[in-house]
Design a protein around this ligand. Structure first.
Ligand code: A3P
Length: 488
């Protein structure tokens, strides 16, 4: 197995994204024109020399090949001439390693990566980590696992194992499972009332509704991994719409709760509300959390401020987590005047496969849950809740989009959606990667693996084979959404 130039290009792109702080980078972009200076170039070369250690890249190489495509080609040439054989990625080396040596392989890999994260020589680093602040190296490790092995690892998983040996053991097992080198038994079936009890509707959805409702807003609802980031970026191309990354506000009644449960736990992912607060003249801090004014400020009021900021554009709030609970969804009805709902649905096979590949169960499921069970539960419960909401509102306020149609026939789907929203159809919506849209923040971490709407992804569910049939309940919800599944 050898690395294709595409693979090297992807690695180079990720490095540039990290060093330059720019998410959208094309293969013909020029490192220096994007703001790469001498310092960044040194860091880039050092990282590339470490990754492709037999391709001795020089300054001259970077100056003569300053684009992603050019640099990747140069690395491939250098590697081939130095080794008389094509470059072998670390992932392929791991797969080729005998089972009894895999743990040692990953230990060595980790030692090298940690030494590099600490800016130490591989040789002078003994592996003694008693003095290391793991918080400082976690981001580098997450990035390396994703780049080298396509393995998404979460921060809490690394912080729980602050020693090379323990981390190596964990990563080895995860990689063996990922590459089919270790048998994983997945017999458990979702019990749809097992752990997501919050989906029970409450008759009193909010104690803290203001006396009047907010102006209409639009909610983009879906199960995770349904293509919601893509649709958000498409909608963001319309001048009449304001489509920030996930707000995660509707789940809370007061800003005190939001600060406590969201901002403190996921500060980086709270970026958009954080930034809006700053634009409005507030700086979220621990002190703010303790301030009674913020403790009790209704989230509905925060929405009102955001809507004022966005006016005259309509706010579109895309947060897949809302559909986890019908109580959360009902808040939209209480807080907004005639809100509209876009229900984005995707074939359960594609959602479940993507959910498991991204290891979302480690993030949203209870500890030790079977990933397939958690993924199926997420698809079925979220879609079931959105369908229940659709029964409570008039048909003029609910619109369903199938992801498969969106990516295959974006023009007609977006025309239909614009009619529903009572706005004109704008061609700019067909170019989700055009500049000027709010990117970053939570959402699909791989959105920039693409640079346009990819119709092929609408078909991938056909080739997915799940380890066991889906349950009858999933089949029932799927049938309501026009997806036929084989009997479970
Ligand atoms: P995968 O990358 O796992 O296939 P969400 O934004 O709701 O989390 O959904 C993520 C999914 O959106 C991705 O899952 C991918 O299938 C799809 N997607 C992302 N970018 C896309 C693009 N440019 N064209 C088509 N589908 C895209």
């Amino acid at each position: 197995m050898t690395a294709s130039r595409d693979e090297i290009e992807q690695t180079v792109t990720r490095l540039w994204q990290k060093l330059l702080g720019i998410e959208s980078i094309g293969r013909d972009d020029n490192f220096f024109q994007l703001g790469g200076d001498a310092l960044l170039a040194t860091r880039l070369l050092s990282k590339l020399r470490q990754l492709y250690c037999h391709a001795e890249l020089s300054w001259r190489d970077l100056h003569e090949h300053p684009t992603v495509a050019g640099l990747a080609q140069r690395i491939e040439q250098l590697y081939a001439s130095a080794n008389k054989q094509p470059y072998q990625p670390v992932k392929a080396l791991f797969i080729a390693t005998p089972p009894s040596e895999r743990h040692e392989f990953i230990e060595k890999y980790l030692k090298k990566k940690i030494a590099h994260a600490l800016r130490l020589d591989d040789d002078s680093f003994t592996g003694n980590l008693t003095w290391v602040n793991w918080e400082t190296i976690t981001a580098d490790l997450i990035w390396d696992f994703r780049g080298d092995f396509q393995l998404p690892v979460y921060r809490h998983e690394i912080l729980k194992r602050p020693a090379i040996e323990a981390l190596a053991e964990f990563i080895t097992v995860e990689l063996e499972q990922r590459y089919g080198l270790r048998w994983v038994q997945t017999n458990s079936r979702p019990n749809f009332y097992n752990y997501e009890t919050s989906s029970e509707p409450s008759l009193e959805p909010t104690k803290l509704s203001l006396s009047s409702r907010n102006k209409p807003a639009v909610f983009l609802l879906s199960a995770p991994r349904s293509g919601s980031t893509l649709l958000r970026l498409m909608l963001a191309g319309h001048p009449a719409l304001f489509c920030p990354p996930e707000l995660s506000l509707l789940e809370h009644e007061t800003m005190g709760q939001w600060l406590q449960k969201r901002f403190l736990r996921f500060p980086k992912e709270s970026g958009i509300v954080y930034n809006l607060l700053r634009v409005m003249g507030f700086t979220p801090t621990q002190a703010m959390i303790d301030d009674p004014q913020w403790q009790e400020m209704p989230v509905q009021e925060m929405y009102r401020l955001i809507q004022q900021h966005a006016a005259p554009r309509f706010l579109v709030d895309k947060t897949p987590n809302y559909a986890k609970s019908l109580t959360t969804l009902r808040r939209a009805e209480c807080w907004f005047d005639q809100p509209k709902y876009i229900h984005l649905v995707r074939h359960p096979y594609a959602v479940i496969e993507s959910f498991v590949r991204h290891r979302f169960d480690k993030f949203i499921g209870p500890e030790g849950v079977d990933p397939y069970e958690c993924a199926e539960q997420a698809w079925t419960e979220r879609n079931r809740n959105i369908l229940a909401l659709s029964q409570m509102v008039s048909s003029q306020r609910y619109y369903r989009i199938h992801y498969e149609e969106l990516v295959c026939e974006p023009v007609s789907v977006m025309q239909g959606l614009c009619e529903f929203l009572k706005i004109s159809f704008e061609k700019t919506m067909l170019y989700p990667y055009a500049c000027g849209r709010m990117i970053g923040g939570p959402g699909d971490p791989d959105i920039f693996q693409h640079d346009q709407i990819d119709p092929q992804l609408g078909e991938i569910w056909r080739d997915i084979i799940l380890p066991r049939p889906l349950t009858k309940e999933t089949g029932r919800v799927a049938a309501q959404l026009n997806y036929g599944l084989p009997a479970g």
